[in-house]
Design a protein around this ligand. Sequence first.
Ligand code: FAD
Ligand code: MLT
Ligand code: ZN
Length: 505
Amino acid sequence: MISPIRLVLVTAFSNNLRGRAKYATQALPQLSSEKYDVKRKNFAKLQTKDVEHFKYLLGDERVLTDETDVLPFNIDWIKNCRGQSQVVLKPKTTEEVSKILTYCNDRKLAVCPQGGNTGLVGGSVPVFDEVIVNMMLMNKVISIDDISGALICEAGCILESLDNMARDHQLIMPLDLGAKGTCQIGGNVSTNAGGLRLLRYGNLHGSILGLEAVKADGTVIDCLKTLKKDNTGYHLKHLFIGSEGTLGLVTKVAIHCPVLPKAVTVGFFGVENFENILKLYRSAKSSLGEILSAFEMADYESISNTSKNLNLPNPISDYPFYVLVETHGSNEAHDEEKLTKFLTKEMESGLILDGTVSSEPKKMQTIWNLRESIAGAGLVKGYVFKYDVSIPQKFYYDLVPVLRKRMGDKAVTVCGYGHVGDGNIHINITVPEYTKEASSILEPFIFEEVAKVQGSISAEHGVGFRKPHYIHYSKDKTALQLMRDLKQLMDPNGILNPYKVLPEI
Ligand code: FAD
Ligand code: MLT
Ligand code: ZN
């Protein structure tokens, strides 16, 4: 029996009011070096003279050495990793970054570049005593071009602040993610962050017009162009997009901002099974065409746990699966008509069991908040093993029931959700506490299964510290060798983010 859709079409202009990244459990994680049995590489150890030199470069205030001040910079958002750094540096200019790196390279001190520290693969925190270079004070917007949409800013600008500023110019940032209130554009670039609107606006390899970065030896590489077209030789900016702080420190970014959509609508639907989600996706693409800006899915476990654990309302009742559809358009009446037709059709076909549609900012915020909060919901109940894989859409959800069976009662929950339009599923497995046994049930099994269907072991979060030893499931030997050659060329002493991305030979 098909239940009626609660069709709430209240028109409004887009206004991004969604939530900020939430920090969940406060427990102190085990040291990464012990938990994952890592050996320290032969870098120099921080000495008093080094701290004195950093203070000479930055002043006392921007060099943190007190253990309690440094601790939060040593722990990642998901509390899987803990480093042992003794110093956090907060440069304010590219010149300062250059001087810090020149010094560290000469002294062979290892460095961990850090943005908003919302990364989910342990890349943003040190493993041992790496010097943390946090970019938070490089937060100036340099220019916004209302005509071309080119925004130039420093790497430490918070994504949400940039989006708010872009909106004042009738523009938006081309990327959006649950961590927007904390993550920095430099971190987004360095992880090639995907997020909730990639379906519509593409990934950062398309949106980043240019950037400035500092190499390990302190050389400033100026590729800060705002041109859409520039075929003058090698496209060097792409080396820094997604290299997770291993090839250089991104200091400035030029990004193309799309026009602020005049009409935004969000729909949240209950769906019977995953097969129907795929049918609905095809139908949404053909019915909504160019206005479709997001097509997200979540299973019952994802939504009910998020709703319960974080006390967030679910605007519809319980269903095996949920779909969130968003449209960004320029003509309210036109978009509304398109969406209404789509809903009516799919309600009749039975693909949508129940749902709610709204263009009212508060209601859209409630729906997005529920979706974006899935990331942190499991942390309330224990330790979360988090996977972020690309899988051909026809196999998209297959791993979730397999993992539920494999984990049995060892898992509190196994939930699947993600950017179905991009073939990117997130699987969160919550266990009461971390154990090597649980870890060995999951890994490398998951990566083997992903490789069998020619998927990727990391769709958007990156390789970081947690996955270098599994990278071969997604990268050919020759490609890996070229990565090593590039690393050797750009950072011969290996000081930038060691123990990350590239596996030990
Ligand atoms: P950090 O976490 O500080 O760093 C990430 C990596 O980039 C590290 O390897 C670090 O060394 C490096 N780095 C940071 N800044 C620089 C710099 N200036 N120069 C060189 N290297 C640098 N990711 C997605 O792709 N899509 C999502 O939808 C998404 N949603 C999220 C939702 C939540 C609630 C959370 C907590 C995380 C989410 N993430 C998502 C993961 C994360 O990759 C992004 O939040 C973000 O891109 C990281 O930015 P950051 O400034 O926090 O970087
Ligand atoms: C998301 O899509 O919500 C983010 O990538 C974070 C997560 O994996 O939970
Ligand atoms: Zn995601």
